[in-house]
Each structure stands twice: as structure tokens, then as C-alpha cells.
Design a binder for this molecule. Structure first.
Ligand code: PXL
Length: 289
């Protein structure tokens, strides 16, 4: 039978697997699949929970498995339309990830690096500036990066602004991050004015900037950066234009937050994206029909 659909796109998601507290792989796998992209997984570490607002979590570093998995996939002839990396077990693992990129990418592969290391002005538990330096190296090889404001400021070597982010601050962040090498920089959790929060994107090759904003909900929602970046990565790999990918990934993130508030889910368990996947699928279909 003749194929009547284009080949399925495939992403390799390289993140931790935190068993409880939806983030990283437990978000990337369902969101990328729902976007209509195959999601192969390499766990960088296995944890019982993420490291925010939980105590006593288990942590197993899977650095030893990273290159054997990548080599096996290469021997099997698997090709990847995207490599999407996130939380790493250690700064040393960034060098291994660089070698995995050598094994798994070709000239067509979109490399998306989420430099997961900090939020709300501070590093996550057990992470310090060594991770920031490691990400600076990795970002040089990325096509797209998706830091939050804290991570963007750390990578740029600029002060973190906790309150409002005016266009001069964002422009300075984009200039500094673009100079590290990626073609597209998105920054999450941007607050342009009181009561408003969202995501901004800059195509550093053209200087074009895009923004997608929503009403702000007070407090911290764990895993929202992963919901956003997973959706954006899959949409870009499918070929969505940057402004539509930004808007659709932002809509999924905001809908997930609103859903969590309806369920009154404790913040540390992550956001309830599951119930908003039907409306997400309709938005995705509209882009590609
Ligand atoms: O959502 C980012 C993230 C990913 N992985 C682990 C984390 C966090 C944030 O706290 O702890 C293990």
C-alpha cells in the first residue's frame, strides 16, 4: 500500500525521569506524543520525585548509560528530527550529551536545549554555577533554547530581575544568549506588566521577536517550563512557524495551570495537562491542516 501520510517525525528526549511530580520525561513523553511526534527517551537520571518542595528524594545518575544508548540507536540506524534535552544529572554529563549529539544528529536535526538549573532567582537543589558553565558550552550547539528568566540571566551573566521585565531587559538577554550560538531563544515566565505573565521568543537570525501573554496566577507551578518546552520542541520539529509554536505552547501551559487550579492539585505534583489535551490537539491540528 502506498504511504498516504508524510513520515512521522521523531524526537529523542534526554531528561531525568522523576517518578512523581509531573515534570521532565513524564511531561515530555505525553506532550510530544500528543503533538503527533514520536518520542524516544534517554533518562539522564531517575529520581523518586523532582527536587523542588519534596524532601528525601532518591537520585540515580544514569550517565554511564547515555552513550551506550546513543551508540545502540546509531547502530540500529535510527534518525532523529529533533534532540530535546533538559535536566542533567551533573555538569560532567553535559560533555557526554555533547558526544551523544555527535552520534544522533545529522544536518537536518533540530537541537533544542532547555538549560534546566534554576527558577525564581536561585539554582535548584544541588546545582551551582558549574552547571551554568556546562550549559553555556552545550548551548553553542543548540538551534533553540528555552530558559526561564532566572536561567536566561545566569547564562547571560546579568542580574535577575524578580519583578518586571521591560523590553530593554529582554533585548539585553536575547543579545547575550544569541551570542552564545542558538538561532532561536525563548524565555519563559516573563512579566512585562503587573498581573501578566508569558513567554517571549527571538529569532536571533532575523532579530524578530514574538510574545504570548496570559493573566498571571499567583505562586509557583512546577513543571510548566517542561510543558511549554516539550510542546514548542515538538511543534518546531513538525515545522510550525515560530510565532504559532510559541502561541500554541503557551496556550497549553496556561490551560494546564487553569486545570490544576480547578482540581486544586497541590503545586508540587505538577500541572494537570491531561484534561486539556483535547483542546491542545485541536489547536495543533489547525496549524498543520
Ligand atoms: O521541571 C524542572 C525539573 C526537572 N527535573 C528535576 C527537577 C526540576 C525542577 O525542580 O528538580 C529533577
Amino acid at each position: 500500500m502506498d504511504a498516504s501520510l508524510p513520515p512521522l517525525k521523531r524526537i529523542a528526549a534526554i531528561h531525568d525521569l522523576s517518578g512523581l511530580g509531573k515534570c521532565s520525561l513524564t511531561v515530555a513523553l505525553p506532550v510530544i506524543s500528543a503533538t503527533g511526534v514520536e518520542c524516544a527517551c534517554i533518562p539522564t537520571a531517575v529520581l523518586s520525585t523532582h527536587t523542588g518542595e519534596f524532601t528525601g528524594w532518591t537520585f540515580r545518575d544514569l550517565s554511564e548509560d547515555l552513550l551506550p544508548i546513543a551508540r545502540h540507536w546509531r547502530r540500529e540506524g535510527a534518525r532523529f528530527d529533533g534532540i530535546y534535552s533538559g535536566y542533567l544529572a551533573s555538569p560532567e554529563q553535559a560533555a557526554l550529551l555533547g558526544q551523544a549529539l555527535d552520534l544522533l544528529t545529522d544536518t537536518e536535526t533540530l537541537v533544542i536545549v532547555d538549560p534546566v538549573m534554576a527558577d525564581n532567582g536561585s539554582y535548584y537543589s544541588k546545582i551551582d554555577e558549574r552547571m551554568c558553565n556546562a550549559f553555556r558550552g552545550l548551548i553553542a550547539r543548540a538551534d533553540v533554547i528555552t530558559p526561564n528568566v532566572t536561567e536566561a540571566a545566569l547564562l547571560a551573566g546579568m542580574a535577575y530581575e524578580a519583578e518586571l521585565h521591560d523590553s530593554a531587559y529582554l533585548k539585553a538577554l536575547f543579545d547575550a544568549l544569541g551570542a552564545l550560538g542558538p538561532g532561536v531563544v525563548t524565555i519563559t515566565g516573563v512579566r512585562p506588566e503587573p498581573g501578566v505573565i508569558g513567554n517571549v521568543a527571538c529569532d536571533c537570525r532575523t532579530g524578530a521577536m514574538y510574545s504570548s501573554m496570559r493573566p498571571a496566577h499567583p505562586g509557583v507551578f512546577y513543571g510548566t517550563g517542561d510543558v511549554f518546552a516539550s510542546s514548542l520542541a515538538a511543534l518546531l520539529v513538525r515545522g510550525a512557524p515560530l510565532p504559532q509554536a510559541l502561541e500554541t505552547a503557551t496556550a497549553l501551559t496556561d490551560d494546564s495551570i487553569c486545570r490544576s487550579m480547578l482540581h486544586d492539585t497541590p503545586r508540587r505534583f505538577g500541572v494537570d495537562f491531561e484534561g486539556v489535551l483535547p483542546q491542545y490537539l485541536r489547536r495543533v491540528e489547525k496549524i498543520f491542516r
